[in-house]
Write a protein that binds this ligand. Structure first.
Ligand SMILES: [Zn+2]
Length: 162
């Protein structure tokens, strides 16, 4: 299923239109990598489903966990998100990215902290045992905040769906 709307963004879905996949995917109004764009669309779809499942309304904020190993660039994802919601009923909704680093563990010493982001140690600096990597592959919608769809009721408090 394709969630891209080429007429709006002048982007083409690599699945539906393979001929354009390798060429200028980011031409037109927005220059957003297709990878982040696809994820932003999926995240938005997940948020909409959560809002609809809780009575419907206007999306205000989504909180997303992004792991170090998820191959997602948070800044690009936020940029893609803004392109996805622009002009729609949820325009202006905020995407908050919670960065989740991967953690290296030593079987003997436990968690190893002496790692620069993006670099990996193969052996424990304290005891020399081989290290394992855990976590960091998250890409989860943590929380969706929205304004309930009850026209006329100005004082409706914000609802939160987890
Ligand atoms: Zn160790």
């Amino acid at each position: 299923m394709c969630f891209l709307r080429p007429a709006t963004w002048d982007l083409r879905c690599p699945t539906c239109d393979p001929a354009s996949a390798s060429a200028d995917a980011g031409v037109g109004r927005y220059t957003v990598p297709v990878h982040e764009m696809g994820i932003a669309i999926e995240v938005y779809r997940t948020c909409r489903e959560a809002v609809e499942a809780n009575g419907g309304g206007r999306l205000q904020q989504a909180r997303l966990a992004v792991g170090e190993l998820s191959a997602v660039e948070p800044e690009l994802l936020v940029y893609a998100w803004e392109a996805v919601i622009a002009g729609g009923p949820d325009a202006g909704a905020e995407l908050e990215v919670e960065w989740r680093p991967a953690i290296q563990h030593c079987a003997g010493c436990g968690e190893v902290h002496e790692r620069a982001e993006g670099s990996w140690l193969r052996l424990c600096p304290d005891c020399g045992l081989p290290l394992q990597v855990t976590g960091g592959d998250e890409l989860d919608v943590l929380q969706v905040s929205f304004e309930a769809d009850e026209s006329g009721d100005v004082g409706t408090p914000e609802r939160t769906a987890s």
